[in-house]
Design a protein around this ligand. Structure first.
Ligand code: NAP
Ligand code: G4F
Length: 321
């Protein structure tokens, strides 16, 4: 039986990845941090807790000894490193914490694997934020596009990306960087714009009220998290390790998203959305669109959700709450 370690198992992606790996017959070891309210910590994976192939271990990616211990104890063949302070706006307010979890956290994971289980295959959760406002002539970002991040989060992810590549080449380790564009789901944290809009619109439909947002003109390439965790697994099943963009190739503005969600709930967004400068960022990544050609050709990756079917699933979820 193969053993996989997941850091960030309590997050959106970690929960879908744990489901996928358990379904495939893996023994899954999730690394979780100590919380003062543990009963609230595992809500995304509570439905998996009775599975005897799932084990949770306390650890923190900023604490190298905890990672060394987990690797030594469980001898994984695959390590999926998803843990991060993953909110871009918050990374401006908490730059040191963001850098500690993402940059130092990735260094710690790579050292733990190198020292304890050097043959284990490693997935690193890179982001389209690494590109900043750079793109190719056709408007797309791909594996070869220049990276010039515009947030402390993006800078930390760019460090982690290059560290992964450096360890791969220096130590002949199997390390893949996913360069993932935005992916959402009913499990998305409510402070990301998709779930904030869907949850807000569903609440306003029942109770009335307003929804405060920031920049409505930014565009993003939004897919479904369930599709993107399949790509993570596929990367670690290849005969060589490499870096891959995962995206839909389609982008929509935050305003388009508001229009779609509010109109599906029988409302006009313009009557309910108010702009609050609080939600603007010191630097904005204006438009995002990725080219997944390499992941499709080399991994055989394909998406099963459209933008609309992903939004429909989120609306159903938040309406029922
Ligand atoms: P998420 O929902 O915010 O989950 C983050 C996870 O990291 C949570 O389980 C969190 O634990 C854990 N974590 C944070 N700091 C930690 C620490 N110091 N030690 C151990 N665990 C820690 O993020 P996500 O959306 O699932 O994203 C997964 C990864 O992909 C992240 O690295 C993110 O930056 C990256 N990414 C995401 C997207 C996207 O659109 N979702 C796109 C590109 C890249 P708690 O539950 O205890 O907070
Ligand atoms: O939903 P967001 O906060 O996602 P963002 O910044 O694109 O980051 C997400 O995707 C990255 C991949 O590109 C991941 F690496 C990262 O971990 C995270 O998952 O914001 C999307 C857009 C931005 O342009 C933002 O300015 O929505 C705009 N926006 C407008 N009003 C808002 C709001 N964003 C948030 N969070 N809250 C608002 O009220």
């Amino acid at each position: 039986m193969r053993t996989a370690i997941i850091t960030g198992i309590t997050g959106q992606d970690g929960s879908y990845l744990a489901e996928l790996l358990l379904d495939k017959g893996y023994r899954v070891v999730g690394v979780i941090r100590r919380h003062s309210s543990p009963e609230l910590q595992t809500h995304r994976i509570d439905h998996l807790m009775s599975n005897s192939n799932l084990t949770l271990e306390y650890g923190d990616v900023t604490d190298l000894p905890s990672l060394l211990n987990v690797c030594k104890k469980h001898n994984p063949s695959e390590v999926y490193h998803l843990a991060a302070q993953s909110h871009v706006k918050i990374s401006f307010g908490q730059p040191s914490f963001t850098t500690d979890t993402i940059a130092t956290g990735t260094l710690n994971i790579l050292e733990a694997v190198r020292l304890m289980v050097p043959d284990a295959r490693v997935y690193l959760a890179g982001s389209s934020e690494m590109y900043g406002n750079e793109f190719d002539e056709d408007g797309f970002r791909r594996e070869t596009t220049i990276m010039k991040p515009v947030s402390p989060y993006g800078c930390s992810k760019t460090y982690a990306f290059h560290l992964g590549r450096t360890y791969r080449e220096s130590y002949d380790m199997f390390i893949c960087n996913g360069i993932l564009f935005n992916h959402e789901s009913p499990r998305r944290g409510l402070n990301f714009v998709t779930s904030k809009i869907v949850e807000g619109a569903a609440r306003i439909q029942k109770e009335g009220g307003k929804l405060s947002l920031g920049n409505l003109d930014a565009t993003r390439d939004w897919g479904h998290a369930k599709d993107y965790v399949v790509a993570m697994w596929m990367m670690l099943q290849q005969s060589y390790s490499d870096d891959y963009v995962c995206a839909t190739g389609e982008s929509h503005s935050v305003r388009d998203l508001c229009e779609m969600v509010f109109s599906k709930l029988g409302m006009n967004y313009a009557n309910h959305v108010v702009i609050d400068p609080e939600y603007y960022r010191p630097l904005e990544l204006h438009d995002l669109k990725g080219d997944p050609t390499k992941a499709i050709a080399e991994l055989g990756w394909e998406t099963t959700y459209t933008f609309e079917s992903m939004i429909d699933e989120m609306i159903e979820h938040h309406k029922a709450r």
